[in-house]
Design a protein around this ligand. Sequence first.
Ligand code: FAD
Length: 301
Amino acid sequence: MLLRDFFIQLSENQLLNSAAQKYGLKLGAQSVVAGTNIPEVIQSIKELNAQGISCTVDNLGEFVFEKSEATKAKEQILAVIEAIHTEGVDAHISLKPSQLGLDIDIDFCYDNLREIVALAAEYDIFVNFDMENYDRLQVSFDLVEELSKTYDNVGTVIQAYFFRAKEDIEKFKDYRLRIVKGAYKESESVAYQDKLDIDLNYIELIEYHLLNGKFTSIATHDHNVIDHVKRFVKDHNIPNDKFEFQMLYGFRKEMQLSLAKEGYNFCTYVPFGQDWYGYFMRRLAERPQNLNLVTKQVFNK
Ligand code: FAD
């Protein structure tokens, strides 16, 4: 738990974040970040598609406090959407509202998001709103709801560590949802702290949405959860086209491939860009063994 807190604190350190951007993809982040620009990420997507894996693309960056930076992020995401369309790759978009101005001005953020969702809708590309920390939760859900009044290519994430997750999943029962355990440090007044409580809630939420009949993305590296879901869908005759498994780029690569080979829909979350630091530190917080990726990277040179 101490190590988790340590890496989460590092993930929020603005100074280290800008230093990391300046010095490029280092510290082993290369193995979990699929490139720094659009041609590189498209190449990574093509390689995954060739193995029967679809992708969700994340232009790295979060907690943006300058309008110019948020506008730059929007332009980059629009360019990714164009590239997905022209290259004809099997991919959709994941984005973080805080990268697009959530903490600056809500109307400005809404306009940025609307532009992205509108272009993606033209090309029939789905846009997933990643969920960030608790302070940004309700306002992000409000944006999702507002946009889905006009567009039907929008979905979001339910984080199982929140006490309110069951109410949220009920509210969003008609949406395509990604269900995760939750990656941020949250207070015990709003979130389960105990791994067992989180895991139990996680399974309950997945089962609820699967039985609901709406598309469910089960985003986890946890083989116990995956095995449980495999049994559950079989017992309840839930067809494969109603759900997918998702994992992060570079993690449990063999398992990603074998799930795709078994005939399950599989989608890899593919982050790219310069702003890799916070993302990478959260991965270390989740699983300090991910430091292995760093040592492998260093010693394989
Ligand atoms: P854990 O609880 O970390 O691990 C369970 C067990 O699985 C471990 O004990 C170990 O036995 C095994 N295991 C896990 N990882 C590995 C590995 N690399 N190699 C070998 N064994 C392993 N969080 C958010 O808050 N918001 C989001 O929008 C969001 N989007 C996500 C999208 C995707 C595609 C994924 C995969 C995760 C996302 N997350 C998000 C992060 C998520 O909330 C968890 O923090 C993260 O996935 C770690 O939890 P876990 O379910 O993978 O399993």
